[in-house]
Design a protein around this ligand. Sequence first.
Ligand code: HEC
Ligand code: HEC
Ligand code: HEC
Ligand code: HEC
Ligand code: HEC
Length: 250
Amino acid sequence: MSSVNKNMIIGFLIVGLLVLAGCGSEKNDKAVFDGDQHPAGWLPAGHMAAAKTDETVCAECHGSDYAGGVSGVSCTLCHLGGVNSVHPAAWSQNTGTYHAPYAASNGTAACSNMYCHGNGLTGVAGSGPSCTSCHLGGSVAVHPSAWSQNTGTFHAPYAVANGTTACSNVNCHGTTLTGVGGSGPSCTSCHLGSPTSVHPIDWAGSILTKHGLYVVANSTGACANINCHGGHLEGVAGSGPSCSSCHSFP
Ligand code: HEC
Ligand code: HEC
Ligand code: HEC
Ligand code: HEC
Ligand code: HEC
């Protein structure tokens, strides 16, 4: 059979099925498929509401397996997580852990289209948000890139200027700044005092008398790391000074 004839037969079949579906079904109506197309506003809001109301209506044209049927449009053409799930189900458990590797291996092109997160990743009303509604450093960078150069210098003024509410939410550092698995750490995993106090609060004003007791109790290992006073207590630019700027330890 020539491909022209084949296409014509398939075309008649589709038209026939659409007419059948349009006239013969109790379930289907113009709110779902009007004439030869879905009504205005179908994506994303219209189809979501219709599918949630009665999804079996869709099966008539999109197939009982929702893989396309006579319409030729599979639900998973857009959905990554199956017929009813825009993203794989696991993504809803934890924002950071799951979408990050997906975006890293598939590129942002997989997210940027007029239905999902917008052609320029600036979001789509009623659908996916702008990437920068969460990310501070552009579509694929959680923090501005400069922050990775130096822990202290960059996030400190940001937190001071914007307040800790800019960091405290379920996706980033937790609503009480105690951290989120697979995302931002607790602020006090580095800070010894409060989320905004690098050293215990009672050191304020008397750091010279208090820090010695702390070091005696916890050893210098508690100060020696790349964020605080350097791996060998040599100091970190933009953070804690070298101990030997005052002491001459043996
Ligand atoms: C009477 C047949 C029919 C029914 C019923 C039907 N569809 Fe469709 N659908 C089509 C056809 C044909 C297309 C491809 C042409 C088009 O986009 O209008 C399509 C396309 C779509 C698209 C892609 C639209 C786009 O602009 O790319 C979505 C989304 C969709 N359907 C969802 C649904 C959902 C959800 C239901 C059930 C609530 C449903 N459809 C019921 C026939 C139908
Ligand atoms: C052309 C792309 C496209 C196609 C095809 C498509 N959808 Fe969707 N769907 C979307 C978008 C975009 C959203 C909204 C995402 C959001 O709100 O975050 C969505 C959301 C949904 C939701 C709500 C999911 C939720 O988590 O609340 C349901 C249900 C749904 N679609 C059903 C269907 C069904 C059934 C089909 C096939 C008949 C289908 N969709 C085909 C793009 C599509
Ligand atoms: C609801 C908030 C939120 C939205 C919206 C969001 N992200 Fe994320 N993103 C996160 C979190 C949280 C992390 C994990 C941070 C971590 O692991 O420290 C992350 C991490 C990433 C990473 C890894 C970055 C790194 O430095 O390791 C990439 C890539 C990424 N997201 C891409 C995207 C893209 C592309 C979009 C838009 C389509 C987007 N994200 C939208 C919250 C979000
Ligand atoms: C990886 C370790 C680390 C984490 C996690 C961390 N900080 Fe910091 N923070 C530092 C360092 C290092 C400094 C700089 C200390 C200095 O300049 O002496 C600092 C300084 C600050 C300052 C300035 C404090 C002052 O006394 O000048 C604020 C405010 C701050 N951080 C807020 C936060 C908040 C809010 C969080 C959690 C969302 C957080 N930090 C998480 C390491 C960290
Ligand atoms: C700005 C100067 C200064 C810096 C920097 C400094 N210290 Fe001190 N440190 C002092 C002073 C002054 C004392 C003595 C305070 C006292 O006796 O009341 C002291 C006391 C101590 C003591 C107690 C010594 C004893 O014999 O009881 C220890 C331990 C100590 N510092 C460790 C450190 C470590 C570790 C660092 C780096 C992480 C550090 N110090 C950085 C000024 C400094």
